[in-house]
Design a protein around this ligand. Structure first.
Ligand code: CTP
Ligand code: MG
Length: 551
């Protein structure tokens, strides 16, 4: 089923976005038929997790002999898959067919001499004496994102905005190998957490699993106590109960567990470093890096994140336009400084994602169903309540009827800018659960949390950041409507003529190194005023039954 899932993903990735409406429809149908056959989000996670438990991570010297290395590993059992990647050193991810092989390999692996802390994990080093020739370099998988310059060059060579957006997703999305490595890091951390909570599981969530992950993005993990903590169900029959230490509150319990794991990571965890506890955040986390994989990690106990990741994954599977559009908007926002990796008063990727989904729910006809509609389609097995919040929604994609919206990605991208350039942020909230517009409580930007309905996902966003976002949407709407930048200029080397399409909507500093002479000038006047003028012109023209002529 994992392979089938891979095929669906590959299918959606490879297929280029339609120049014709029929092509879009065909793709939607094929992708959805295959998606319907593939397993649910949870079973996919389980399968990947199980594979990670049969895997080891080995740091290798720059040169060694690959076949002899594999022969050495094969003495412990069948190697099912392996790959090498570079991060400071060459590293190997090796997946065995059976977990018994891991036990056998660990049995034969030695501790380094000196006063080492004898915590034996599945992170190892390959020691290769120079005498064991021939030495060769191995083929490496590239797990790093492309440079901005390469990205601009690749996008500029495409023939339409639809192709550009599809290409952007293709070159940035997490590869099969990068996902395997992420699950392996979770599994390694799970071995440490398992010392205290044997039934617990460390699961990845956020962009690693929601279908929106970009090469190089952080690794969000949840410590799932997995039944260790059952709550207080009253039983009438005689039974035994564990004696445990009590915490003052649920929050205090989370803080205590995370602080112990943080300390354990810092002192004992091979490969983990830069451990920082953030216990007083609304959602307490431990932040650290995993050196061998180069991943920045956040560990939490908040199970809502898992559910919202599943929801985003599901939305991404419902229509082949959703993921490329989300990749594009997230890329655009990051490069314009609308979103940032460090926490602050800015819009986060999660908020932005909800804004895109909300916009897609409001197309005519709607491209995505509301969360309430997904809830109505749920079966008994989909029932999910977390801390008294109903988080139920359908998991079987085949129950969701397909939309008959045929808009291209180009239209959707430009309409997204227009939609938020004119959105009534003052009075309305962004709420992906409801079909009807919802009035908002007091706040600059109110994006209702899909599962904890009293919470505003964008509570951190201040007026200035919201205004920056709106101005940028106005600017992009204005550029695309008035400047002749949507199509490439003709010419044999069109990519070097000038920025066009999606590239023209990115910040200038990204594309100037690629285009020596800029033929298309960006506006220097007040963009909000220009945008208003444009809206007025549009209205007048529409009244007169004439089309708006682009400048
Ligand atoms: N999340 C949430 N409520 C928030 C913020 C985040 O439920 N207020 C959940 C979402 O499921 C989100 C996940 O936590 O996907 C991880 O958050 P974050 O790392 O900020 O977003 P990602 O989607 O992982 O994006 P990025 O690539 O920027 O890490
Ligand atoms: Mg993340």
């Amino acid at each position: 089923s994992l392979e089938r899932f891979g095929r669906v993903q590959a299918l959606q990735t490879q297929r280029k976005f339609a120049s014709t409406l029929t092509a879009i429809k065909d793709e939607t149908e094929t992708a959805n038929t295959e998606a319907k056959q593939c397993s649910t989000f949870q079973s996919m996670q389980e399968e990947r997790r199980e594979r990670a438990e049969r895997s080891v991570l080995i740091s290798c010297p720059p040169k060694f002999n690959e076949s002899k290395f594999l022969k050495l590993l094969s003495t412990h059992g069948t190697v099912k898959k392996y790959f090498f990647y570079h991060n400071s050193t060459t590293n190997a991810v090796v997946e065995f067919s059976s977990r018994n092989s891991i036990a056998s390999l660990m049995e034969s692996t030695r501790l380094p001499s000196g006063s080492s802390i004898p915590f034996k994990s599945r992170l190892m080093s390959l020691k290769w004496p120079d005498t064991q020739s021939p030495l060769r370099k191995v083929k490496l998988q590239d797990l790093t994102p492309p440079t901005p310059l390469d990205t601009i060059k690749k996008l500029s060579k495409k023939n339409s905005i639809d192709e550009q957006l599809q290409c952007l997703m293709d070159i940035y999305q997490l590869t099969e190998e990068s996902i395997s490595l992420r699950y392996l890091v979770c599994s390694l951390l799970g071995d440490l957490a398992g010392v205290y909570f044997p039934q617990s599981v460390i699961r990845p969530f956020g962009s690693t699993v929601n279908g929106l992950g970009r090469l190089g993005c952080d690794l969000d993990m949840i410590l799932d106590l997995n039944g260790t903590y059952e709550g207080s169900q009253k039983r009438s029959s005689p039974h035994l109960e564990y004696q445990v230490k009590m915490a003052l509150s649920e929050r205090a319990m989370v803080q205590t567990i995370l602080s112990v794991i943080a300390r354990c990571l810092e002192k004992f965890g091979p490969g983990f470093g830069g451990v920082e506890s953030i216990p007083h955040a609304r959602c307490p986390i431990v932040r650290f890096s995993h050196e061998t994989s180069g991943l920045s990690c956040d560990l939490t106990l908040n199970t809502f994140g898992m559910k919202s990741s599943e929801l985003l994954f599901l939305y991404g599977q419902l229509d082949p336009r959703v993921r490329p559009l989300l990749f594009a908007v997230r890329f655009w926002a990051q490069n314009h400084g609308i979103t940032k990796v460090v926490p602050g008063a800015w819009i986060t990727n999660f908020s932005l994602t909800l804004m895109v989904l909300f916009f897609l729910q409001r197309r005519t006809p709607a491209i995505l169903p509301t969360l309430n509609q997904l809830k109505d389609l749920a079966g008994p097995l989909d029932k999910c309540v977390i801390m008294n919040n109903d988080c139920t929604f359908v998991s079987d994609l085949s129950k969701i009827s397909m939309n008959n919206n045929t808009e291209t990605l180009e239209t959707l991208l430009l309409e997204f800018f227009e939609f938020y350039a004119t959105f009534d942020f003052k009075n309305l909230s962004i709420d992906i659960r409801e079909e009807k517009p919802q009035f908002k409580p007091e706040a600059n930007l109110f994006i209702r949390n899909p599962f904890e309905e009293d919470l505003n996902v964008s509570k951190n966003v201040n007026e200035k950041q919201l205004s920056n976002f709106v101005t940028l949407c106005q600017k992009c709407a204005w550029i695309s409507q008035t400047q002749n930048v949507l199509k490439p200029l003709s010419g044999s080397v069109k990519e070097f003529n000038s920025p066009w399409g999606f590239v023209a909507l990115l910040p200038e500093h990204m594309y100037t190194p690629v285009f020596a002479t800029l033929k298309r000038k960006k506006p220097s006047v007040n963009i909000t005023d220009l945008f208003k003028t444009l809206k007025l012109t549009k209205k007048t023209d529409a009244n007169e039954g004439e089309s708006v002529v682009a400048d």
